[in-house]
Design a protein around this ligand. Structure first.
Ligand code: 4AZ
Length: 744
């Protein structure tokens, strides 16, 4: 009956219907199992009662003329007790009065109608006759197509009862072009866990196919637990856990065969906190983990742990696998909020482990989930450590908290994983050491007078991150062997993929720059968001661009459909090729707090035509071994501001020559500078990148072969063109493997 009623309502309100989805909790009402069945008399009677209250509220509100109907779609419960009411609201507007229906306004009507008693300090008040928790009210604008039972071609409703049974969930469509809605629920008091074992879709950044998992029974935008846009297989499978006993899955399956395999189960809610942990003196004493480990953890949680060491000389050390804590600044924490003995830290995912030490015998740690969506599982091993000597004898304490052998300090290898063992190092003498030292040997610069540091560079060596890997898997010492015009590898593979970084010959030949010539930087791209110039990017393949993650990471900016790439352009508005974006791949560890991992791949909707190759060319990608010695001259290009205070942007592409600055100097100017960043500029500040240049290239020419390499991506800096504050770029060589993983 309800389905019929819905169809009737929605068909009548076809074009000018405005829809909202919402949720609130009614306190003090007992949930009964019959409410799970929307055709039961118990559900119908309760739903009618609630709908009447909501109708009364809106029919007496300023938007009463537009208000049509509320439909209660589900009644569930959560660990706070009472009833969780899920509802839809329908308004009918004309173009004249549609502006009065903003999301906040519609939600505010409900919130303002709950009369809370000033005496009672709880958040429960009265919505007419119903005791409603004012903090639980959520109202989101919705699309008509989001309605359950309207456009969804396949719907399912699974009930897992109690822990111990896994319900298989298979969605298989031979042709695609389908919307599927699945409601999952468990007995009140348990949580819902969905395991995604495999999901066979094309990766299209959720444009054609996706699975959105909600922490509610209807698709509420602010209750999204996770969005799956990429295929999942046995190597990448994962589980998500709800905060209550329900989940809602919305599958959007584009054209072509699609398949989802997973299962759903009820799990017991376990506290992530623990009683006081008393530490001894052994190496590893245990682990603390995020809630529901090894499942992903939801956007809301709160865990506390307390540690006590045997005496005042011992503190607590936490070893994280791919996570790092840094003191919180002005920005919020995107991947975990931590309070450790009254100091607040934010956590970020990184690609290496770190050790966090608390120099106190008693430590209280509070961890709050603070991400927008569910985050990957976290764990930290804990043990006690000697406060006066955190590292064993003969070891060096890195800023990452790791301890490395003192001999490794200044050996040219980033043993600390944040380069803290490789700064403030003096140049080794040329009597043997420099010949082997990675900062000097075979980096293309003659550092020793006799040239011994650049001798025997095609010698085969065991593979390391700083040796050049030939396609036959053998490694050689010459770091910049790629496309330097000399076949160095036995299989000559270092010269076999060099159709890049070659601008058409130009006749001649940012802050403090000059105008570029036509065709001089054929890899330069102008990225336009919703029709307006926003960032730069570089052509790296027929249908791929590389840019900065920060240009694409916020809500609307992550929607590929809002973007256009302008290729083969010197003067704004005269692009030889304008194309849409099919997919944006932002690095999974990008941090908006410190701009680490500031890199994004953009796939074009269609490749640029080869006929335009005199205007459009890819730039060469540096191999992971690429050495960029300090002092090397490179060029930054873009349509960004010509001065920090400029409001207008230049029409013509600007170019400026800047010097690569040593990591030691760079770290002396800014904090923190990660190994994935590189500074370039001139210390007088005359030439620099600025607002709008972001995402664009720092192009460096390989001196012997003449090919241009994408050594950096414009990322950040303090202002523009300020003396002693160079521009900071993403160090592209660190992402060679990541790029290869994503581009076929
Ligand atoms: C920006 O806002 C920006 N001086 C880019 C580069 C620099 C500063 C700001 C470096 O896009």
């Amino acid at each position: 009956m309800w389905t019929l009623l819905w169809l009737f309502i929605f068909q009548r309100e076809s074009n000018n219907g405005v829809y909202f989805a919402g949720m609130f909790r009614i306190a003090n009402f007992e949930f009964i199992p019959e409410y799970r069945h929307t055709d039961s008399t118990e559900f119908l009677s309760m739903a009618t009662k609630i709908a009447n209250v909501v109708n009364d509220v809106y029919r007496k509100s300023p938007v009463s003329k537009l208000y049509q109907q509320s439909v209660i779609s589900d009644i569930s419960t959560n660990n706070k007790g009472g009833l969780l009411v899920h509802f839809w609201m329908v308004f009918v507007v004309t173009s004249m009065n549609s502006h009065s229906l903003c999301e906040e306004c519609v939600g505010a009507i409900l919130r303002d109608s709950v009369h809370t008693s000033l005496l009672n300090r709880s958040s429960v008040g009265f919505l007419l006759s119903l005791p409603v928790d004012i903090d639980s009210i959520v109202v989101n604008a919705a699309l008509r197509s989001e309605y359950t039972g309207t456009d969804a071609k396949c719907v399912d409703d699974l009930y897992a009862g109690r822990p111990g049974t896994r319900l298989p969930l298979h969605v298989s469509v031979p042709q695609g072009g389908l919307l599927c809605h699945v409601k999952l629920s468990t007995t009140p008091g348990y949580l819902a866990r969905l395991t995604i074992a495999s999901f066979a879709i094309e990766p299209t950044a959720c444009v054609s196919s996706s699975l959105t998992v909600y922490d509610s029974l209807i698709p509420l935008r602010t209750k999204v637990l996770y969005k799956v846009c990429d295929p999942v297989n046995s190597a990448s499978n994962f589980s998500l856990v709800s905060t209550g006993n329900v989940m809602f899955l919305s599958f959007s399956l584009g054209q072509g065969s699609k398949m989802f395999i997973g299962y759903f189960e009820a799990i017991t809610e376990k506290s992530c906190s623990s009683a006081l942990i008393t530490l001894g003196q052994s190496a590893s004493e245990g682990v603390i983990t995020s809630p529901h480990h090894p499942s992903f953890f939801p956007p809301q949680c709160d865990c506390t742990w307390e540690f006590q060491t045997p005496d005042g000389s011992l503190g607590v050390a936490l070893t994280f696998h791919n996570y790092m804590l840094t003191e919180k600044g002005l920005r919020g924490c995107e991947h975990g909020w931590w309070r450790i003995n009254e100091v607040i830290y934010c956590g970020d995912y990184v690609d290496h482990h770190t050790v966090f030490r608390v120099a106190h015998p008693r430590t209280e740690i509070e961890f709050r989930c603070s991400s927008k969506f569910s985050d990957p599982p976290l764990s930290a091993e804990y043990r006690s450590y000697n406060i006066s000597e955190p590292c064993a004898d003969g070891h060096f304490l890195c800023s990452t908290g790791l301890c490395v052998s003192a001999e490794r300090r200044c050996d040219g290898v980033d043993d600390c994983l944040d380069e803290s063992d490789e700064v403030y190092c003096s140049k080794p003498p040329c009597d043997g050491f420099a010949q082997q030292h990675p900062d000097y040997a075979c980096n293309g610069v003659r550092d020793c007078e006799d040239g011994s540091d650049e001798a025997n560079c095609t010698q085969e060596v065991p593979c390391t991150p700083i040796s050049y890997r030939c396609r036959n898997g053998k490694c050689i010492r010459k770091r910049n062997a790629e496309c330097d015009g000399v076949p160095d590898c036995a299989d000559k593979s270092d010269e076999s993929h060099c159709a890049c970084g070659r601008p058409a010959p130009v006749r001649a030949r940012v802050v403090g720059g000059s105008e570029a010539q036509e065709g001089e930087w054929p890899w330069q791209v102008s990225m336009h968001f919703a029709g307006t110039f926003y960032c730069g990017a570089s052509v790296i393949a027929a249908d791929w661009l590389l840019s900065a993650a920060h240009c694409f990471s916020r809500d609307r900016l992550s929607d590929p459909q809002q973007w256009k790439a302008h290729l083969g352009m010197r003067s704004q508005g005269t692009a030889k090729f304008v194309v849409g974006i099919r997919r944006i791949v932002v690095h999974e560890f990008y941090s908006a707090r410190n701009f680490d991992y500031d890199i994004a791949l953009l796939q074009l909707s269609s490749p640029w035509p080869l006929a335009l190759s005199s205007h459009i060319q890819p730039i060469c990608l540096p191999p992971s071994s690429q050495a960029v010695p300090a002092g090397h001259n490179c060029w930054v290009t873009g349509w960004g501001s010509k001065a920090e205070e400029d409001k207008d942007l230049p029409q013509i592409l600007q170019k400026a020559e800047v010097q690569v600055i040593s990591q030691t100097v760079c770290k002396g100017r800014y904090s923190p500078v990660s190994p994935r960043m590189l500074c370039a500029g001139v210390m007088t500040g005359e030439r620099d990148a600025c607002r709008g240049d972001s995402g664009g290239p720092l192009s460096c020419r390989e001196p012997s072969g003449g090919h241009w390499f994408l050594t950096g991506i414009v990322s950040w800096g303090a202002g523009c063109g300020r003396p002693n504050l160079p521009g900071v770029y993403t160090r592209v060589s660190k992402f060679a493997a990541w790029i290869r993983e994503h581009i076929p």
